[in-house]
Design a protein around this ligand. Structure first.
Ligand SMILES: [Zn+2]
Length: 486
């Protein structure tokens, strides 16, 4: 089935979900509108009016604008003033500026509490900003009794604008918590095209995990370890990413059409995460590697790199791991079914210790990772019958998985064309080969999530030389260009 929709057409997304998920296994898509396109921020007042609906009391609706202190320019004009002027003319308008003393606002518990207090009693809350500001708005409006929330998006850097979870800072650690869907997202092309180039390029990196992570998600479902996979979501992602090779170069040049496509594809990712009720659909090996880098940088007191940029580069490794898996497995699965074996708990515990004890001598990181890894081993053990069956029938399983894992060369070419980082030494902070090797080798030991790295591990194909091979394959992908006729 070829599915097509226009950027911004949430109605088409909802209709597809209705048709492709007749049993209603997925959560309903709770976002009303994504207003996407040229100059659309000038129509913000009418969007807010649409959200308020008929206000029978005769009073002017109370609109709270929640912003941070960062100035945002839109084609040379101050975006926040432009929004303020519109809302002031039409509503009982209140502007609230959040600040926590950091150069960049954090979604800390103090900030979230303050924001919640500020929005109580509003008819509609408008936020202006990137992922963090939107997440603060989602949490605050949710805590204050699900007040309608209109988010003005200022960069295509993450996919969290259109989902129902928020990334917050709890005791200094980033956590994803349930929040709510925004009522509407206003994605103004001029504003987003004018964002710092590294933001949208990182957004492109985040985007391409949709060409590797769904394969991990599907694998977990075929093995019976995590059965949340639903094809309706991968169909939506495929439609959103359609023609990406044509518009990737435009992202690097901040061309409005390309930025619109990127913004919409990220929006669909957000919606898919929300309806799937799990980030597993878009977070596999590439996200684990990125989390490992964050963990390392955090423990060493170094700044954390841009999430999307890390994910993009790590997607090439994920694709290379899949390529190695498909090649080694070949056809027929009897040899795989005979070959796989779970580590005994003492050995597994030792692996986790070897991976993390040097990084955190206090043992906290190690203990937390072991809790998750032990759970994963239990999940596999419980599904042993299904795992055996799937591996025995590898030819069928492979047919399901192959379309979900793109080639490492294709991903490298896309990143290059979009002007995004495609090698680890291009990231900030730069990541050395040794660190990549540590992150890749041990990424399966940190979370419950099942990926191709676990399958390779349990097949005995994840020793130092195997990890080395995946890294060489990725390096090969960096060097080769994909021609148009491929
Ligand atoms: Zn991500």
């Amino acid at each position: 089935m070829t599915l097509e929709f226009e950027p911004g057409d949430v109605g088409a997304v909802r209709r597809h979900l209705q048709v492709a998920d007749p049993q209603g296994l997925l959560a309903p898509c709770g976002i009303d509108r994504v207003i996407l396109g040229r100059d659309c921020v000038r129509g913000l007042s009418s969007v807010v009016r649409g959200v308020v609906g008929a206000n029978g009391s005769g009073r002017r609706p109370k609109v709270v604008l929640l912003v941070d202190e960062t100035p945002i320019l839109r084609t040379g004009e101050d975006l926040k003033s432009l929004v303020e002027a519109q809302l002031q003319a039409d509503f009982d308008f209140h502007k609230c500026v959040l600040s926590d003393g950091h150069p960049v606002l954090h979604a800390s518990e103090t900030v979230l509490e303050e924001a919640t207090g500020l929005v109580v009693g509003a008819d509609v809350v408008v936020t202006i900003g990137g992922g963090t500001m939107t997440d603060i708005g989602k949490v605050a409006t949710h805590s204050a009794g699900d007040i309608p929330h209109v988010a003005v998006q200022t960069a295509a850097s993450v996919d969290g604008f259109t989902d129902n979870v928020s990334v917050i800072l709890r005791d200094g650690v980033k956590r994803t918590v349930p929040s709510r869907w925004p009522t509407a997202v206003v994605s103004d092309t001029e504003t987003i095209s004018g964002a710092p180039p590294e933001m949208n390029r990182a957004g492109y990196g985040e985007l391409i995990s949709m060409f590797t992570a769904p394969a991990d998600w599907r694998l977990a479902s075929l093995l019976g370890v995590d059965t949340t996979f639903h094809p309706a979501t991968t169909e939506l992602l495929a439609a959103a990413g359609h023609g990406i090779e044509k518009w990737s170069p435009g992202v690097g040049r901040a061309e409005p059409e390309a930025v619109e496509r990127l913004t919409w594809a990220l929006a669909v990712r957000g919606i898919v995460t929300g309806v799937a009720g799990t980030t597993a659909c878009l977070s596999g090996v590439e996200h684990l590697v990125s989390h490992m880098l964050d963990l390392y940088h955090g423990q060493r007191g170094m700044p954390t790199g841009l999430h999307g940029a890390q994910v993009g580069v790590a997607s090439i490794l994920a694709a290379a791991a899949w390529e190695m898996m498909f090649e080694r497995a070949g056809s027929g699965g009897v040899h795989l079914a005979k070959r796989w074996r779970l580590p005994d708990p003492a050995n597994a515990r030792r692996s986790v210790s070897q991976a993390f004890s040097e990084l955190d001598p206090s043992g906290k990181v190690e203990a937390e990772c072991w809790r998750d890894y032990e759970q994963k081993l239990h999940d596999w053990e419980r599904s042993a019958g299904a795992v055996f069956f799937a591996l025995e029938n590898w030819d069928v399983v492979r047919k399901d998985l192959m379309p979900l894992a793109a080639s490492s060369r294709l991903l490298a070419t896309g990143l290059k064309n979009a002007g995004s980082a495609y090698r680890f030494d291009q990231l900030t902070p730069a990541v050395t080969d040794d660190l990549v090797q540590w992150a890749l080798r041990n990424c399966g030991l940190m979370r419950k999530r099942t990926t191709v790295v676990d399958l390779l591990t349990f097949l005995g194909w994840w020793g130092p030389s195997d990890v080395e091979e995946v890294m060489s394959r990725a390096a090969e992908a960096w060097r080769t260009e994909v021609r148009d006729d491929e």
